[in-house]
Ligand binder design. Structure first.
Ligand code: NDP
Ligand code: 8X3
Length: 251
């Protein structure tokens, strides 16, 4: 019986690579994101490459109503989910606290924190009924240490760290695994989004060293999802060889 994974933010970066990696191993994929054209493109790519099924769901994780309507109305054949990857997220801006934009803070908290909680709460009844499930939250090294001008983003990722710990305790009776994966710098569209389309600023983030690639993170997520039933990786921080933590990056 093929397994099913639901990935938020599958239109780019880690999420797309996670979908490709699991699809290649025969998993059926529920892919989500806001960009419908990219979801269609990925659906076509995965179904033509692999003998699997793909369900594409276009919604904004900040939109509580849309999250619950989508998950509550999943077609019957998609109501068995083995793994949920809470990956959708973003950083916006890198400004000192007094200069940071309130709108940027709202979007980061609403997406990275509240969106993750909404999606998880919507999927949980399925896991509870199954008495089985695996939640994999994508945190960040920014959720382990706070760096200069990282205020709102670091707060949101510290919250992901705390929420992962809280879920792990509360969901013990339902046999739901909770894994938090905390990557360091990885070359995706992340910095382009953070610097609001400024390509030069985004490229500079990855200049002078070999950052993680999306596939590196996807392979780790795949590993954590394919361990024996009784084994759960709770917390995993991964950086490229040039990075020690949020502060030390050797260029
Ligand atoms: P990308 O920008 O490449 O991908 C982000 C994904 O999140 C996109 O698919 C985007 O889809 C989705 N997304 C963003 N906002 C929303 C929303 N409101 N509703 C639904 N989907 C949304 O970045 P990454 O792949 O790098 O980032 C993925 C996760 O990894 C994020 O949580 C990020 O914070 C985290 N991370 C990234 C690191 C890095 O250095 N790259 C390091 C550590 C953690 P769409 O725009 O179509 O909605
Ligand atoms: C992304 C890594 O260092 O830009 O979460 O915060 S960092």
């Amino acid at each position: 019986m093929p397994k099913t994974i639901l990935i938020t933010g599958a239109t780019s970066g880690f999420g797309k690579s996670i979908a490709e990696t699991f699809a290649a191993a025969g998993w059926n994929c529920i892919i989500t994101g806001r960009r419908a054209d990219r979801l269609t493109e990925l659906t076509n790519q995965l179904t033509s490459q692999f003998n699997i099924k793909v369900l594409s769901c276009c919604f904004d994780v900040q939109d509580r109503k849309a999250v619950f309507e989508t998950i509550d109305n999943l077609p019957a054949e998609w109501r068995s989910i083995d793994v949920l990857v809470n990956n959708a997220g973003l950083a916006l801006g890198r400004d000192s606290f007094e200069n940071a934009s309130l709108d940027d803070w709202d979007t980061m908290i609403d997406t990275n924190v509240k969106g993750l909680m909404y999606v998880t709460k919507a999927v949980l009844p399925i896991f509870m009924e199954q008495q089985k499930g695996h939640i994999i939250n994508i945190g960040s090294t920014a959720g382990k240490e706070v760096y200069k001008d990282g205020n709102g983003y670091c707060a949101s990722k510290h919250a992901v760290d705390a929420i992962s710990k809280a879920m792990r305790i509360d969901l013990l009776p339902y046999k739901v695994k909770v894994t938090a994966v905390h990557p360091g710098a990885a070359e995706t569209e992340f910095s382009l989004v953070r610097f609001k389309g400024n390509e030069q600023k985004a490229e500079m983030v990855y200049d002078g060293y070999k950052a993680l690639a999306a596939k590196d993170v996807a392979d780790i997520v795949f590993y954590t999802a394919n361990l024996p039933e009784h084994v759960c990786i709770n917390d995993l921080t991964v950086t490229c060889l040039s990075q020690a933590n949020s502060f030390y990056l050797h260029k």
